[in-house]
Ligand binder design. Structure first.
Ligand SMILES: *[C@@H]1O[C@H](CO)[C@@H](O)[C@H](O)[C@H]1NC(C)=O
Length: 210
């Protein structure tokens, strides 16, 4: 090695050492401060008799905390026997975040259209759990006929189930619609979450672990 090459090699090493030192420092700053990644939705999959393949789209908000689903085949009716009276769609939502954070599902907004004869009831329900963990939170809204209009149910999910502090968890959400004419067997009803402007929106929230 010439003296020149040796000097170059040494200065590269010095630069590398400095970089290692710097990235350690950066990591410390990250874990202590705002740049550590807080929980956000990264992707999702869906399946169920309310959302056959190719019939759902989901939009994730820029902050990664809201997912808005739209469906093109999600409805339940009294006209197709018992199996038509209840439909569901499971969402498996992948989350990304740094250790030291915990998240839960906070709010749900459910919108659709329902037609109901006297005493016929429609229910739109959402429940969730975290993979590998016990506990289910839910929110639901019901409408009783006579009714023929759009509806919206919105509110907090209870109870809150928080992800554990040091494990990354996926969020599993089940959305379900059903019609019930047991109080008026000759009455008809359907509930529809498949028109263009209706949504299921889920808002998450997070906290840092103490
Ligand atoms: C059941 O619904 C039908 C259709 O709307 C209505 O004519 C009838 O009065 C209802 N029956 C009862 C018991 O409410």
């Amino acid at each position: 090695m010439t003296a020149m090459a040796e000097r170059t090699a040494r200065s590269v090493t010095t630069v590398l050492q400095a970089m290692v030192g710097m990235s350690l420092l950066t990591l410390l700053l990250l874990s202590a401060d705002v740049d550590a990644q807080s929980p956000r939705i990264s992707s999702f999959k869906y399946n169920g008799n309310g959302c056959p393949s190719g019939t759902a789209v989901g939009e994730i908000s820029v902050d990664g905390l809201v997912i808005t689903m739209k469906y093109s085949a999600f409805s339940a009716t009294t006209d197709q026997g018992v199996s038509g009276m209840r439909k569901s769609c499971q969402l498996n939502i992948a989350m990304t975040y740094s250790p030291g954070y915990s998240f839960s599902l906070e709010m749900v907004t459910l919108r659709g259209y329902t037609f109901l004869d006297d005493k016929v009831k429609a229910t739109h329900k959402v429940s969730y759990y975290l993979t590998g963990q016990t506990g289910t939170g839910s929110f639901s809204g019901s409408t009783t006929g006579p009714f023929d209009d759009n509806y919206e149910h919105s509110g907090p999910v209870t109870p809150k189930v928080w992800s554990p502090c040091n494990l990354r968890r996926n969020l599993n959400v089940k959305a379900e619609v059903r019609v019930d004419n047991s109080a008026n067997r000759s009455g008809a009803g359907f509930i529809d979450v498949d028109t263009k402007d209706v949504v299921l929106a889920f808002r998450l929230k997070w906290k840092t672990c103490k």
